[in-house]
Design a protein around this ligand. Structure first.
Ligand code: PLZ
Length: 451
């Protein structure tokens, strides 16, 4: 590897703490930031980054942290992955932008072809590219409405779909996402989620009972014939890595099929090998009508997409979809590099190995510390939900304290969950196993220290 390369795969894969976290240079930058950047944009761990790659994030003070966040499930292929950098650099040198709606270029088409191939189902598909996850979700709703000539959109408890006006309406949690930002878009209906850990009738009945409630609400309160789309994350991300009870997704998808409702899988956090398969829907053989993707698709460059049944996608009239930057050529080149890397290095299998290591270790930790109410997730998308021991009462203060202790020891972890009591782990799929295990050691120490 080129010694001059600033980050990426050449970065030494070692945790190294040379100052307190954050160090003096990061604290100085935080001061400067507070005078220049709006306070609404918050930060989990205020160390300013100089390089990142593999399983390491390095800061301005020379600290090297183990990365269990991947920039919120984005850098699955690692930061500055070689094929991503190579293809993006080549593209940067040829042209940076024409606007696909003005004069097109091949890489946009190639990304659409890959998405049509890789997403679940072998039916005829089309794709459209956008800049962010929220924009993809908004466009999925636009497309579903155009295809069905209906307006209602059904979403779930604990859902997260973005921060734009429509996607705020689709998102469940008020603070911090919605508070004081209304009014929200109309014709959005929220239904119960099959959340096994918190289901009143118990986990064993969860899928059946929850699906029955969803169908009842849609039927009696909305009218199935008024529903354009049901939008769901196959594993809920910001909501706390909730795996809907097995059987729930297939039941909802079947109900949608029966009533001509577009079933939209939001795979923005779960997609591109994160859960051990290319897409999390595959786990139960669910074939969505539309799939939204972003995050992991392009190794860190901003790109998002809606992919789905040709007849639904093509229902939007000519000129009805687009945007200046959607499918930017540099982002498309990066996506082709990221997909190449996922295939070449079998990152779906890598995610499954990461999941096996994490689950074994975290389950043992849960045995010893009843503050861990549940260990869940799939592949490299694993979480622990923290509770008052012996109950399901959320323990957000414990989650915050454990996260803080991890940060101080050089392990970057994120929290999540409607109640803020979930610690989630999203390592890059290329993290060396040694670092993964070391990160889990740090976490175990933090749990012991706090609990
Ligand atoms: N759908 C399932 O996970 C983004 C949000 C971080 P954007 N999740 C990270 C934050 O606090 O803003 C996400 C998601 C799912 C949609 C989105 C939205 O994707 O690219 O952030 O717009």
């Amino acid at each position: 590897m080129d010694a001059a390369q600033p980050g990426g795969p050449s970065l030494p894969q070692e945790r190294r703490l040379v100052t307190a976290i954050p160090g003096p240079k990061s604290r100085e930058l935080t001061e400067r930031r507070s005078r220049a950047v709006a306070r609404g944009v918050s930060t989990t761990l205020p160390v300013f980054v100089t390089r990142a790659g593999g399983g390491i994030v390095e800061d301005v003070d020379g600290n090297a942290l183990i990365d269990f966040g991947s920039g919120i499930a984005v850098t699955g292929v690692g930061n500055s992955a070689e094929p991503v950098v190579r293809r993006a650099r080549e593209q940067l040198e040829r042209f940076t932008h024409t606007c696909f709606m003005v004069t097109p270029y091949e890489s946009y088409v190639a990304v659409a072809e890959e998405l049509n191939r890789l997403t679940p189902g072998d039916h005829d598909k089309r794709s459209a590219l956008f800049n962010s996850g929220a924009e993809a979700v908004e466009n999925a709703v636009k497309i579903a409405r155009a295809a069905t000539r209906r307006q209602a959109v059904v979403v779930f408890d604990h859902a997260y779909h973005g921060r734009t006006n429509l996607t705020m309406a689709l998102t469940a949690k008020n603070m911090p996402y919605k508070e004081s930002f209304g009014p929200f878009a109309p014709e959005v209906y929220r239904v119960p989620l099959a959340y096994p850990f918190r289901w009143p009738g118990g986990a064993a009945n969860c899928a059946r009972e929850a699906a029955a409630q969803v169908i009842d609400v849609i039927t009696t309160q909305v009218g199935a014939d008024n529903v354009a789309a049901v939008v769901i994350e196959p594993i809920l991300g910001e909501g706390g890595f909730i795996e809907p009870a097995r059987g729930f997704l297939p039941r909802i998808a079947q109900f949608c099929r029966t009533h001509g409702i577009v079933f939209v899988a939001d795979e923005i956090q779960t997609g591109f090998c994160r859960t051990g398969q290319w897409f999390a829907c595959e786990d139960e053989g669910v074939v969505p009508d539309l799939v939204t993707t972003a995050k992991g698709i392009a190794g860190g460059l901003p790109l998002a997409a809606v992919t789905g049944r040709a007849e639904i996608m093509d229902a939007a009239h000519v000129g009805g979809l687009g945007g200046t930057y959607g499918g930017n050529p540099v982002a498309c080149a990066a996506a082709l590099g990221a997909i190449e890397e996922m295939r070449a290095s079998a990152l779906d299998a890598a995610a499954r190995r990461i999941g096996a290591v994490m689950k074994a270790r975290l389950s043992a930790l849960a045995e010893a510390h009843p503050v861990i109410g549940e260990v869940r997730g799939r592949g490299a998308m694993i979480a622990v939900e923290l509770v008052a021991p012996g109950t399901t009462d959320p323990a957000p203060a414990v989650a915050a304290a454990v996260a803080k202790a991890c940060h101080a020891e050089g392990l970057l972890v994120l929290t999540a969950g409607t109640y803020g009591n979930v610690l989630r782990f999203l390592p890059p799929l290329v993290i060396p196993e040694r670092l993964l295990v070391e990160g889990l050691d740090v976490l175990a120490g933090a749990v012991r220290g706090v609990a």
